[in-house]
Design a protein. Structure first.
Length: 155
């Protein structure tokens, strides 16, 4: 019998500060239009995980089919000073007209787009070693300063 309910629980809300003005435009590549967006900081909070986001980046590709593919790599510092590596990949989908407005810096309404990610955590600290086995997915919402994600632990 197929499982009809996906067991999940909220893991963390992740708020990123992105310096859109300092984005590096690599330009057209075989995979699409490549840009690198600097993540300058942010914060995260959840029942078992709280702290600040250290600088990182989003290696963005805008594919020819209109999909924006994201590839983010960050370090997190917990409130009790543990360091965690977070990487996530995903995609930003919107109709062509909305994507055109988004590419010009316009904020879209949440119902105009879908932002979904798959995240992986790595940590060498015993008290957060449980993160090394977490399967996490998330949804995001854009803001003027960067995305806000809700990440969920699956299983």
């Amino acid at each position: 019998m197929p499982m009809e309910h996906l067991a999940h629980k909220h893991l963390v809300t992740l708020t990123l500060d992105v310096d859109f003005r300092s984005m590096l435009v690599i330009g057209p590549t075989p995979g699409g239009h490549r840009r690198i967006a600097p993540v300058t900081g942010g914060h995260f909070s959840g029942e078992r995980l709280n702290g600040t986001v250290l600088p990182g980046a989003d290696w963005v590709i805008n594919r020819s089919d209109g999909v924006m593919v994201i590839d983010v790599r960050l370090a997190l510092r917990t409130d009790d000073s543990a360091l965690i590596y977070l990487s996530y990949q995903g995609r930003f989908l919107a109709p062509a007209e909305a994507m055109s407005r988004f590419s010009k810096g316009e904020l879209l309404e949440p119902e105009e787009y879908s932002l979904a990610i798959v995240a992986k955590f790595e940590c060498g600290e015993d008290r957060y070693a449980w993160l090394n086995n977490v399967v996490a997915v998330g949804t995001g919402e854009q803001t003027a300063t960067g995305p806000v994600y809700s990440l969920f632990e699956i299983g």
